[in-house]
Design a protein around this ligand. Structure first.
Ligand SMILES: Cc1ncc(COP(=O)(O)O)c(C=O)c1O
Length: 411
């Protein structure tokens, strides 16, 4: 099938709106070959450096050979497994996650998607506290499933009548708003460590410690959604490590899959695990923690927790931050603000329509970037964590070209 035929078929049977959006935007790209940091168009005519990585799914690049090997090996003997039974693969992976996560997070509830993992976190917090209310950031994003959807921004929940008075939204980075919203009915506060869909909001250093303290004082569970910030994206294995906090629940998704086999984990303390003592089958997931996916996730953890790997993330981040800030000085006032923690970056433009313009300009310049769904003025910038110095230099050069194209209105 050629590109146009794919667009037509996709528009007729998958999503008419998405096909039209990309064609109208001039981003006539259909994903073909992919390898390492690169993605090629179906007809091979265009090569892009993936600077979005699906929010972290491709942290280790496409088809990382070490992850492919883990999956191939797993496929020789394993399959999905049986979620009713005890499993060696799930036990091993959970134990490794327990070793690597902060605080006393000893148990893993496995899922298939980040939304499912967030749903599990909210269910556990509610059952443990016997309280109904959940506090989250008004521009937060936690997934498109039931409870996760209600916890996220109204933009995604209102069209589906998924809002409820039990879900309270407060501004991010505002401890006073949180203090005022907390009462004896609040089961949990759920926050992305760096809200990505909101435009990569970097919290003040004191904010998350205050959140943790306020939660503890109120008997409320603090859930850290590390679906995007986890697994080395910010230069530490977990984003919360930058702030010295130890959440009661930590949600891991996207990158745990190695881009090859979907798997997510909701990490909880032994105290919270007690919610399942009476009935351990109260929360189940047929495909959650599929056995073929467990060795893949273990391999991801091995690579991502290696100090050398994290050192490279930080070195690359230093180069990219400096380079992007230099571009910002040239492109001011259009390029209003640079936000970054490690390789989790956001380029805030001066107006909402400029996010789409920059998405197109970067596309024309050989980079794949996506603007933030809840703040379209922000271009999300998430290059693979395997980016080396040479690739970082190429990314900066292409980004510079994109700003030139945008300034000359050539897109
Ligand atoms: C911070 C965060 N949490 C949760 C999710 C939901 O993950 P999934 O799409 O796998 O359900 C996402 C997805 O983008 C996310 O960015």
């Amino acid at each position: 099938m050629n590109k146009q035929q794919t667009f037509d078929l996709f528009g007729r049977h998958v999503s008419a709106g998405k096909a039209k959006f990309y064609q109208d935007a001039g981003i006539d790209f259909v994903l073909g070959r992919r390898e390492g940091p690169y993605m090629w168009d179906l007809d091979g005519s265009r090569r892009l450096i993936n600077c979005h990585c699906n929010g972290g799914v491709f942290n280790l690049g496409h088809h990382n050979p070490r992850i492919v090997a883990a999956l191939e090996e797993a496929l020789t003997g394993l399959d999905i497994g049986n979620h009713h039974l005890v499993s060696e693969q799930r036990a091993r992976l959970a134990a490794r996650l327990a070793e690597l996560t902060p605080g006393d997070l000893q148990y893993a509830i496995f899922g298939v998607s980040g939304g499912e993992a967030v749903d599990a976190a909210i269910k556990i917090a509610r059952k443990a506290t016997q309280r109904p209310k959940i506090i989250s950031a008004s521009l937060g994003y936690h997934g498109h499933t039931g409870l996760a959807l209600a916890a996220g921004a109204d933009k995604f929940s209102a069209p589906f009548l998924s809002q409820s008075s039990d879900f309270i939204h407060i501004p991010f980075n505002d401890p006073i708003a949180l203090e005022q919203a907390l009462d004896d009915q609040v089961a949990a506060v759920i926050l992305e460590t760096i809200p990505a869909t909101a435009g990569m909001l970097i919290p003040d250093d004191s904010y998350l410690p205050q959140v943790q303290e306020l939660c503890r004082r109120n008997g409320t569970i603090y859930i850290a959604d590390e679906v995007q910030t986890g697994l080395g994206r910010t230069g530490k294995l977990w984003g919360v490590e930058h702030y010295g906090v130890e959440p009661d629940i930590l949600v891991i998704g996207k990158g745990l899959s190695g881009g090859l086999y979907p798997i997510t984990a909701t990490m909880i303390t032994p105290e919270l695990e007690q919610v399942f003592h009476e009935d351990p089958f109260l929360h189940i997931s047929t495909f959650g923690g599929a056995e073929v996916g467990c060795p893949v996730a273990e391999r991801v953890l091995k690579i991502s927790s290696d100090p050398e790997f994290l050192r490279n993330v930080n070195e690359t981040a230093t180069i990219l931050h400096a380079g992007i800030q230099a571009l910002q000085a040239q492109a001011a006032p259009t390029f209003a603000e640079f936000r970054g923690k490690g390789l989790m970056m956001g380029l805030k433009m001066a107006a909402p329509e400029l996010g789409l313009l920059m998405t197109k300009a970067t596309f024309e310049s050989g980079l794949f970037c996506v603007y933030s769904g809840l703040d379209p003025s922000v271009l999300q910038f998430l290059p693979p964590l395997i980016t080396d110095k040479a690739l970082a230099a190429e990314i900066l050069e292409r980004l510079g070209n994109a700003f030139t194209l945008a300034a000359e209105h050539k897109i």
